[in-house]
Design a protein around this ligand. Sequence first.
Ligand code: FAD
Length: 391
Amino acid sequence: TVPPPSVDLAGIDDLLTADEIAVRASVRQLCADRVDPYVADWFERGEIDDVRGLAKELGTLGLLGMHLEGYGCAGMSAVDYGLACLELEASDSGIRSLVSVQGSLAMYAIWKWGSEEQKQEWLPRMAAGEAIGCFGLTEPDAGSDPGSMRTRARQEPSGDWVLDGRKMWITNGSVADVAVVWAQTEDGVRGFVVPTSVAGFSAPLIKHKMSLRASVTSELVLDRVRLPASAVLPDVRGLRGPLSCLNEARYGIVWGAMGAARSALEAALTYAGERTQFGKPIAAFQLTQQKLVEMDLEYTKSLLLALHLGRRKDAGTLRPEQVSLGKLNNVREAIEICRTARTILGANGISLEFPVIRHANNLESVLTYEGTVEMHTLVVGQALTGHPAFR
Ligand code: FAD
C-alpha cells in the first residue's frame, strides 16, 4: 500500500524523542493489525468483535493505565500516553474511548483514591486487560452538573453500603467487570468500587447511537446494591474525586482528537490526488488546496498545543484550565477538519468505505463527553476573567 502523504509540514516530529517515536510506532502497528481492517464493520454493526481479546492485546502492549506507576502499569510519560491516544483515535474514537475510560477514569480513580486492598485487587488485572472497568458519573438528569446526581449510597450500622440509582451513557458499561460509581452520601459525593457481578447491578446497552458506534455505551442500574464497607474509595470526598479523573481523560482527548483529524486529512489528501474532474486531479484546484491547507494549519497548531500541554503534564505544571483550552480547541478543530475532508471526498465522503464520516460522527460524542464545549468555555472564561458563570 502507498503510505499516506505527510501532513507534518511543520516538522513536529523533530520535537519528539526516539523513544516517543518508538512508542507511537508500536501503537500504530497494533491498530493497523488489530483495528483498522475491522473497525468500519464494527461501527456499521454497532459492535466490537471480541472486545475482551482486544482489551488483552491493548494490555499486553502496556496501553491500559499506561501513565500510572506500579501495580502492573507501564509508568510511561504523559507525552507517550498522548501519542498512544492519537494513534488509537486515528483508528477510531471508540477504541480510544475504551482505553481512556479504562486507564484515565476507572483505573486512575482506584490508583489515586483507592485503598491498598482495592489497588491490589483491581489494578494489575485491569492493566493486563483481564478486567474491564467503567466510570459512572453521568445520570439521566445530571450531566454537566454532576453535583445534582440522585444516586445515593447509605451506610448501614453493620458498615455495609447500599447503593440505589441510575447512571447513563457509561462507556464500557455492559462489558465491565468493575464499575467506579459516584454517589451522594451524608458526607457528600463519594466513589465506590462495584464488581459488576454483585446482586442488584445491571448494565443494559444503549442502542440507536449514530456516533461512537464501535464503543459499548450503557446505562447502569443500581437496585439496592449491597457492598462491604471496604468498597468505598477512602481518600476523597466531594466532586474533586470524579473531576480529578475527568481531567486525566480530557488530557488524552486533547491528543486523541488530532488522530481522527490526521486520519481524515490523510484520506482527503490521498483522495484529492487520485480523483479527477474537469481533466485534472481535484488536488490541483485552488479551492481544494485552500481546504487542505486550512486543515493542515489547524492540525499543526492543535498538535503543537497537545505536545505543549503534554510536556507541562510531565513537568507537573499542567493546570485544569489548560486542559480545558486544549480540549475545547482540539476537538472543535478536529471536527471541522473531518467535515471539510468529507466535502473533498464528495459523495464518497458519506460512505463507510472511507474513514471520514465515521470520524466526523464520532467526534460529535467527543465534543460532548468529558465536558461539553460550553463547560470548557466557561472554565476558560473563569480563568480569564475571574468570574464563574456556571450558574
Ligand atoms: P447536559 O448537561 O444536559 O447539557 C446539554 C447542553 O446544555 C450542552 O450543550 C451543555 O453544554 C449545555 N449546558 C448545560 N449547562 C450549561 C450552562 N451552565 N451554561 C451553558 N450551557 C450549558 N459519562 C460518564 O459518567 N461516564 C462515561 O463513561 C461516559 N461516556 C459517554 C459516552 C458517550 C458516547 C456519550 C455521548 C456520553 C458519555 N458520558 C459519560 C456522558 C457525558 O459526559 C455527558 O453527556 C456530558 O457530561 C453532558 O451531559 P448531558 O448529555 O446530560 O448534557
